[in-house]
Write a protein that binds this ligand. Structure first.
Ligand SMILES: *[C@@H]1O[C@H](CO)[C@@H](O)[C@H](O)[C@H]1NC(C)=O
Ligand SMILES: *[C@@H]1O[C@H](CO)[C@@H](O)[C@H](O)[C@H]1NC(C)=O
Ligand SMILES: *[C@@H]1O[C@H](CO)[C@@H](O)[C@H](O)[C@H]1NC(C)=O
Length: 329
């Protein structure tokens, strides 16, 4: 009885457990299968939207990159600073347009200039300021210990830099008086060209001089100076051109091309603004040239330094003053 009572109760209990057990299991399986699918779909959705967002960000970044690239190729220096039309137009004519825009934007009064003619004055003044600053900062290296050859290169560089400051001051006062009709545009070209030549000579002085320290400091101090003068020449030539002067071959701007085109034709190896007489003079053997001023360190010449000679040269001469610099050492 106890067994009978226990039996069915046990059996029923076992039945209920055996029948009941799979049911919840089944129902658990069937109900949990559906949310898992939804989850997977949600996950897929999330993943794909992340991919889309990432692609959008990437596209935006690429677009921004292209935009800044386009901007920098148009030589726009900063977002807040926008060059005036006169600056953009004038700088387009130069060989270093980016430096032209940047250097002018940093200089007071450049935005007020409304034409290339107004700008030439500002450009020469700005270039003069850069040269003066370079002279000032490179003069401070003089206390450095230098081997004799470096010292010699350094000192001629300082002297040439001094001459360039002088030449640019003259160019600036000539630019001012050109508009007043007192000086010839050729004089301005001459002063500007001499600043450029001095600059090249100075840099060449350090060629083959081993010492890195002074050479590197000097190179850093003289950075962009030639380029600034070249830009002055280009802008001045263009503005003088518009007055009917023949500066068609903007000298320094196209220097490399002029030399290449020159090839066999001697005449083409000179800048076009040199006149026939000057070309002939430049082609003459040195022994046939009668120099006005002779620079010689041994005291045999008219004066001992190049800067002395330049100071000696007459201010408003109607012809070229010939300065012969004797080989030194
Ligand atoms: C000189 O040129 C360098 C690039 O070569 C530029 O970063 C620098 O700003 C220039 N200096 C001036 C005064 O424009
Ligand atoms: C050149 O620039 C300086 C500084 O901006 C200014 O004081 C000076 O008057 C300018 N010189 C000429 C001749 O414009
Ligand atoms: C000047 O030059 C001549 C020959 O060229 C030379 O003999 C003479 O010593 C020189 N004079 C001086 C002061 O160096």
């Amino acid at each position: 009885m106890g067994y009978e009572r226990l039996g069915p109760s046990k059996a029923s209990g076992s039945v209920t457990t055996t029948t009941a057990a799979p049911v919840p299991n089944l129902s658990k399986d069937s109900t949990s299968a559906q949310p898992e699918n939804v989850n997977r779909r949600r996950k897929k959705l999330v993943v794909s939207s992340i991919v889309v967002a990432f692609a959008l960000i990437l596209a935006a970044a690429i677009f921004a990159g292209i935009r800044t690239q386009v901007k920098s190729s148009q030589h726009v220096p900063g977002l807040a600073r926008k060059p005036s039309q006169a600056i953009s137009k004038a700088c387009e004519l130069t060989r270093f347009p980016e430096l032209c825009v940047d250097s002018l934007m940093d200089f007071p009064g450049s935005l007020a200039a409304s034409s290339a003619k107004d700008l030439i004055h500002v450009t020469v003044n700005m270039t003069l300021h850069h040269f003066s600053h370079a002279l000032y900062s490179s003069s401070s290296f003089s206390f450095l210990d230098m081997p004799p050859r470096v010292r010699s290169a350094y000192e001629s560089c300082i002297e040439l830099l001094d001459d360039s400051v002088d030449a640019l001051s003259r160019a600036l006062s000539s630019v001012v008086s050109v508009s007043g009709g007192q000086t010839k545009p050729q004089d301005v070209m001459t002063w500007l060209s001499s600043a450029l030549t001095n600059q090249d000579t100075c840099a060449e002085g350090f060629d083959g001089v081993g010492d890195g320290g002074v050479k590197d400091q000097m190179t850093a101090a003289l950075k962009n100076l030639s380029e600034l003068v070249s830009n002055c020449l280009a802008i001045f030539a263009a503005s003088a051109d518009s007055d009917g002067n023949d500066f068609a071959g903007v000298p320094i701007q196209n220097r490399r091309r002029l030399l290449k085109v020159g090839g066999g034709d001697e005449k083409l190896t000179f800048p076009r603004w040199t006149r026939r007489r000057e070309r002939e003079l430049l082609e003459m053997p040195v022994s046939q040239i009668q120099a006005d001023i002779i620079v010689s360190q041994d005291g045999n010449g008219t004066c001992k330094t190049i800067s002395e000679a330049i100071k000696k040269a007459p201010q408003y001469s109607t012809r070229r003053t010939i300065i012969y610099v004797k080989a030194g050492r």
